[in-house]
Ligand binder design. Structure first.
Ligand SMILES: Cc1cc2nc3c(=O)[nH]c(=O)nc-3n(C[C@H](O)[C@H](O)[C@H](O)COP(=O)(O)OP(=O)(O)OC[C@H]3O[C@@H](n4cnc5c(N)ncnc54)[C@H](O)[C@@H]3O)c2cc1C
Length: 411
């Protein structure tokens, strides 16, 4: 079959890879002049296999009034709430029960376990340098309440073979001495020794190169997708700025832009674009080697090779980017105050970046067939697209090929 993969972010390229592995002819279509220029460009770099905790949970719901009132500087909500945000927000609130949060986390943990296995298979067989490292991850928690929630979640993770040890601050400093130079007040931490770090852009570039070396695999850059053309309820072609491309099937991997092409087909994927930011700096005097997350301030510090990536924040402002410079300055200010030795904050240029996370209300990606024959989704990965890319790509390639999902079989 000839399959068009729409979008060349980490999810699109990984999907194309597993489609090619299954013996299909693949054309990846991307509007930018290179792969991974969207949300996959400069994210937090964390392969957080064990950290699949659903954002929609009772604790988040309890914080919602403060977030809406603007008391949490790491979250911005557009003052004029529009219909899209309202609809998405109500669906999100509906997911904020303990049982739904656990069910959503379990679905993603299963995928994460498969992603970890697949990454373990890809890395030794392919020639790829993406600063991949078994770094481990420490999440610093500010309150005893957060520590108790972490202990409950740790049991969930153990069901899937992941370690997420709830530890004291002193134990966290033993594991990652750079934490002693952080100024936040912490009640303790969670340590996940099995989590990795890696540059998702470099990974996507390297995988795309290997993909296009294979016969029958093409990458069409600088090609804007206008429309998915259907006939009698099935996909026939993709209309692009370079003209129509005839296909047997289409996989939508357009991240936060997915709704724009799906809505004309009567499909509302329920994805909201949640803006986040990063800077990439020179190392500081005491840079962490283990990835560190400050949970309450909502930022992560990852060492990528000789550089430090600081990423975070969650802005519900639609596709607006007018406040980007202000938000990056805020991120630098918060991280600089809390982790002054982790990076050289004077680094210039600091490669400031913003990306739209394609977030579903339940935090689970949309994987598999739709009501239109031959049209598949692999989108809506929210905060976890880099971590879940391999398993998502494989699962959708298996759906296209009529095979059962390996991530489910491995349960
Ligand atoms: C600040 C921040 C930190 C993050 N940290 C992490 C992390 O540490 N770990 C993790 O797992 N995840 C993280 N994420 C989330 C992760 O980056 C995303 O989930 C992931 O990159 C989504 O990949 P994607 O391929 O679906 O989307 P994208 O990378 O956005 O790819 C979609 C592609 O579609 C293309 N496109 C869109 N419309 C069209 C069109 N009409 N025609 C042609 N092409 C089109 C775009 O140009 C783009 O290249 C983070 C996100 C942010 C913002």
């Amino acid at each position: 079959m000839h399959i068009a993969v729409l979008g060349a972010g980490v999810v699109g390229v990984t999907t194309a890879w597993y489609l090619a592995e299954a013996g299909h002819e693949v054309t990846v279509i991307e509007r930018e002049n290179a792969v991974a220029q969207g949300c996959s460009f400069a994210n937090g770099a964390q392969l957080s296999y064990s950290y699949m905790d659903a954002m929609a949970n009772p604790a988040f719901l309890a914080k919602l009034p403060a977030l809406l009132a603007g008391f949490d500087s790491a979250v911005r909500v557009r003052p004029q709430i529009n219909a899209d945000l309202l609809r998405w927000g109500l669906a999100f609130i509906n997911e904020c029960t303990a049982s739904k949060a656990a069910a959503n986390t379990r679905v993603n943990l299963r995928l994460a376990r498969r992603s970890q296995q697949l990454m373990g298979e890809l890395v030794p067989t392919l020639d790829m340098d993406f600063s991949h490292r078994s770094a481990g991850k420490i999440i610093l928690l500010a309150s005893d309440k957060e520590m108790r929630a972490a202990a409950r979640n740790s049991k969930l993770k153990a069901e899937f073979g992941f370690r997420a040890d709830v530890i004291s601050l002193a134990e966290a400093i033993d594991i990652e001495p750079a934490i002693q130079y952080m100024t936040g007040r912490y009640a303790g931490a969670v340590h996940s020794p099995g989590d990795d770090v890696g540059d998702s852009q470099a990974f996507t570039v390297a995988l795309a190169r290997q993909l296009t070396d294979r016969p029958g695999c093409r990458l069409s850059l600088n090609t804007a997708i206008h429309e998915i053309i259907t006939e009698n309820g099935r996909v026939r072609a993709v209309d692009t700025s370079r003209g129509p491309i005839d296909v047997d099937a289409v996989v939508v991997c357009l991240g936060a832009s997915s709704p724009r092409l799906l809505k004309p087909l009567g499909i509302d994927p329920g994805i909201y674009p949640v803006r986040g930011y990063s800077v990439t700096l020179r190392r500081g005097q005491h840079t962490n080697s283990v990835s560190v997350t400050d949970f309450s301030r909502r930022f992560v510090i990852s060492r990528i090779g000789e550089q430090v990536r600081i990423a975070g924040f969650a802005d519900f402002v639609g596709f607006r980017t007018s406040k980007d410079a202000q938000r990056v300055a805020k991120l630098l200010h918060v991280a600089g105050a809390v982790a002054p030795c982790a990076a050289d904050y004077q680094t210039s240029p600091n490669r400031a970046w913003g990306g739209f996370r394609p977030l579903t209300a339940n935090g689970r990606p949309l994987l598999g067939p739709t009501s239109v024959t031959g049209l598949y989704l692999n989108t809506g990965h929210g905060t976890l697209g880099w971590t879940l890319a391999c398993a998502s790509g494989e699962e959708v390639a298996q759906a296209v090929s009529g095979q059962p999902a390996a991530s489910q079989l491995a349960a």
